[in-house]
Design a protein around this ligand. Structure first.
Ligand code: TYM
Length: 337
């Protein structure tokens, strides 16, 4: 039986934080053996907001190294850079022409990011979800493992695929596969360390709001020491009055590998003075193997280049075949005449 296909990606903007790791990449690693996986570093998405050309390439490389360091296994997964597979841009254009503008104007992330950009909002930012739909649909992905914040973009992807099939597919023979989101129950929404009601985000101006996967033990210690807590003694999950407590206890549970019940029992009588050092220790220990592996990979640039080269070749075969199918359905004159 052929395996189902998974596709997902992360933007190479700055560092990878615990939200990206626990909400997405760790789940990729956990499920990868069951699927045929494509994981891309979505560099085209990274230029939808103002970016620095001097760091884009390096950040892209670092993100690919982090995928490997987190445990992506090349036996069952392909790692590639989005801009290396030209079909992503081309399918985006084709899908643009069948996507109603008002579907994009409704997107929550667009509205949130647009506010921050003021007059400088690019067409690319509005179009971000169509590029994401192209990423997914090119690979006939069955499953897309992401954090909670991407749910709306996945619903849009499904709507675009359904609309395309409806307009241009033959009965019983859809052109595009409609994907299912894969959002884990825990870790799908890791919150900021400075405000338990806001999600942990790369764009938060405060470094204290997030723990990055490459933070040193001292930085981790400092951030956890300064993180927001509450005056209550004893830690509990799921108390709506205590968002910070729920978030920090969830981080502890996920990073320690304990079950929810075990973590709840262990921490039910703890004060913050006892819990914070425990969380610090656990975080440092959980990230150490990833950081060591990352260094090893970054020290072997030739290896990393070869992974990305091979990845782009493999990805292009699948992507180009879908693109041909789409162009045929749209009635384009074949270029092989
Ligand atoms: P990005 O880089 O913003 O986020 C990458 C992944 O991290 C998840 N995530 C979180 N999960 C839990 N808690 C958080 N605080 C948190 N912050 C981020 C995101 O849900 C995401 O899974 N648009 C995508 C990138 C993308 C993509 C794709 C994903 C482009 N094309 C195709 C899947 C399939 C994004 O949010 O990137």
């Amino acid at each position: 039986m052929t395996k189902q296909r998974v596709l997902s990606g992360v933007q190479p903007t700055g560092n990878l934080h615990l939200g990206n790791y626990l909400g997405a990449i760790r789940n990729w690693v956990e499920i990868q053996q069951e699927y045929d996986n494509f994981f891309c570093v979505v560099d085209l998405h990274a230029i939808t907001v103002p970016h620095d050309p001097k760091v884009l390439g390096d950040n892209t490389l670092k993100m690919a190294a982090l995928y490997l360091a987190c445990g992506i296994d090349l036996e069952c997964s392909t790692i590639f850079v989005q801009s290396h597979v030209k079909a992503h841009s081309e399918l985006t254009w084709l899908l643009n022409c069948i996507t109603p503008l008002n579907w994009l104007e409704r997107m929550i992330q667009f509205k949130e990011k647009a506010v921050k950009q003021g007059e400088n909002v690019s067409v690319g930012l509005l179009d971000y979800p169509v590029l994401m739909a192209a990423d997914i649909l090119l690979y006939d992905a069955d499953r897309v493992p992401v954090g909670e914040d991407q749910k709306q973009h996945l619903e849009l992807t499904r709507d675009i695929a359904a609309r395309f099939n409806d307009k241009f597919g033959k009965k019983k023979q859809p052109v595009l596969k409609i994907p299912e989101p894969l959002i884990s129950k825990q870790g799908a929404r890791v919150m900021s360390l400075t405000d338990g009601t806001k999600k942990m985000s790369k764009s938060d101006p405060s470094e204290l709001s997030r723990i990055n996967l490459l933070d040193s033990p001292d930085e981790i210690k400092r951030k956890i020491k300064k993180c927001k807590t509450d005056p209550v003694k004893g830690l509990t999950f799921d108390d709506p009055e205590r968002p910070e407590c729920n978030n920090l206890l969830t981080l502890y549970q996920l990073l320690s590998g304990k079950t929810k019940e075990e973590a709840a029992l262990e921490c039910q009588d703890m004060g913050w003075g006892q819990f914070k050092p425990l969380l610090t220790e656990t975080t440092i220990e959980a990230l150490k193997p990833i950081q060591d592996k990352y260094q090893e990979i970054m020290d072997n640039r030739d290896y990393l280049d070869s992974v990305l080269k091979e990845g782009a070749t493999k990805a292009a075969v699948v992507a180009n075949s879908t693109l041909s199918r789409v162009k045929d359905a749209l009635g384009f004159l074949s270029s092989s005449i």
